[in-house]
Design a protein around this ligand. Structure first.
Ligand SMILES: Cc1cc2nc3c(=O)[nH]c(=O)nc-3n(C[C@H](O)[C@H](O)[C@H](O)COP(=O)(O)OP(=O)(O)OC[C@H]3O[C@@H](n4cnc5c(N)ncnc54)[C@H](O)[C@@H]3O)c2cc1C
Length: 382
């Protein structure tokens, strides 16, 4: 006979989103259990760059990223989590992109986000290793960088101190209808289940509108001061937006260790987790156009990870139509490190009935109702 344990909240997936949900729910006094198949903070969380960034793709994305960035600023992590407000420099390569930077600055200013335009010479002074001849940049000084796996682990530990139970090394086999079945035959029962399986979401819930989007990152040896801000080409948004095909963009992050993270790439339909040499070459060639000196640096490791992409580029946060016990917290694509904290607060507010800090509607899974219906069918079959 299989063992059964009861909780208020049972969370599947111990990436940064699941760990943030565990902490937010434990803080509200819920009896929480979190189940992670591999290691806490592995998955996309270990593969991510850790750029904590306010984005302006849509009002909904802006609201969630700005709220979440504020929560990161308040979290007070230990030094090992390497949270630093390095600031983002959105690089304009030419006059047309500089016009885009000006529009971005005006948009942020209207919404109370401090940012400042840099002329070509100010940019060259701020980042001397950038190629000469760039048009300028927009500096968003309050954006940060963090070391995601350590931040996730820290949140899980804090949740544990508040009484949460962490089950690591066991997989969730099925989730729904107030039950979570584990691969060792154990069953967890909870009034509220949170599905936080990231890009693995459809393995348990095939009807979810989530696609896996592969990315590569390179990390270099230590070169303190070589790069001072998170550097992103304004064309990055084109890469992030393309809904088909492979794309690369210049995106470099200085780690507090002096190492550089070099990205980024996006690929749909690439299921193999191995390094794709062609896209890696394209990514590095793109980076060297903006920063030629990168070619002389020593790279020590390359890895890949999978983002969980949704059709409208917004995450799935909230109740799952057709199952009143199930909440989704997935589909964060390339912003899940940033938005994990806002996601967790939205879900905890829903559980407690408190007014959320931002409107939850744009992220509700119910916006994909047909897919949701097929998910309920899947759960009934379990
Ligand atoms: C190359 C790259 C760069 C990125 N850069 C950034 C960035 O700079 N800023 C940013 O905000 N975001 C970034 N992201 C996105 C970010 O990493 C993700 O959105 C975020 O990590 C998603 O977290 P998660 O907890 O939803 O998923 P994950 O971290 O993938 O966690 C899901 C967890 O579920 C576990 N799991 C899976 N199946 C089961 C099962 N059956 N039972 C139990 N556990 C299971 C997995 O082991 C995993 O630990 C990047 C992503 C990539 C790939």
């Amino acid at each position: 006979m299989s063992a059964v344990a009861r909780f208020d909240v049972a969370i599947a997936g111990g990436g940064i989103v699941g760990c943030a949900c565990a902490l937010a729910c434990a803080k509200q006094g819920f009896r929480v259990v979190l189940v992670e198949r591999d290691a806490l903070g592995s998955g996309a969380t270990a593969a991510g760059m850790g750029h904590v960034v306010v984005m302006d793709d849509s009002e909904a994305q802006f609201a969630l990223t700005r709220y979440s960035r504020q929560l990161w600023r308040e979290l007070k992590l230990p030094a090992a989590a390497e949270y630093v407000e390095a600031g983002t420099l959105w690089i304009a390569a030419d006059g047309e992109e500089m016009d885009g930077a000006e529009r971005k600055q005006a948009w942020y200013a209207e919404r109370g986000v401090p940012s400042r335009l840099l002329t070509a010479s100010e940019l060259a002074e701020a980042e001397p290793n950038l190629v000469a001849g760039l048009a300028g940049a927009l500096l968003v000084a309050e954006d940060g960088v963090v070391y995601p796996p350590v931040a996730a682990l820290e949140m899980a530990r804090r949740a544990e101190q508040l009484g949460a139970q962490l089950i690591v090394g066991r997989a969730v086999r099925a989730i729904g209808d107030g039950r979570m079945a584990l691969d060792d035959g154990m069953e967890l029962r909870a009034e509220r289940l949170i599905h936080a399986l990231g890009a693995n979401a459809t393995a348990l819930s095939p009807g979810l509108p989530v696609r896996r989007r592969k990315g590569h990152l390179v990390i270099t040896d230590r070169y303190p001061g070589f790069v001072r801000h998170q550097l992103v080409e304004l064309g990055y948004l084109k890469s992030a937006h393309s809904s088909s095909g492979d794309s690369v963009a210049f995106n470099v992050q200085p780690r507090p260790t002096g190492q550089l993270l070099i990205g980024s790439s996006r690929q749909y339909g690439a299921e193999d987790a191995g390094v794709d040499r062609e896209i890696l070459r394209a990514m590095l060639e793109r980076a060297e156009i903006y920063m030629p000196g990168l070619s002389g640096l020593h790279a020590i490791r390359v890895w890949t990870g999978f983002r969980a992409a949704t059709p409208d580029k917004l995450p799935l946060i909230g109740p799952m139509p057709g199952d009143e016990t199930l909440w989704l917290a997935t589909g964060h694509e390339g912003l899940g490190i940033t938005t994990a904290l806002g996601t967790a607060e939205l879900i905890a507010s829903d559980f407690t009935g408190k007014k959320p800090a931002i409107a939850p509607e744009p992220y509700l899974p119910a916006r994909f109702a047909p897919a949701a219906t097929s998910l309920s069918a899947t759960l009934e079959e379990l």
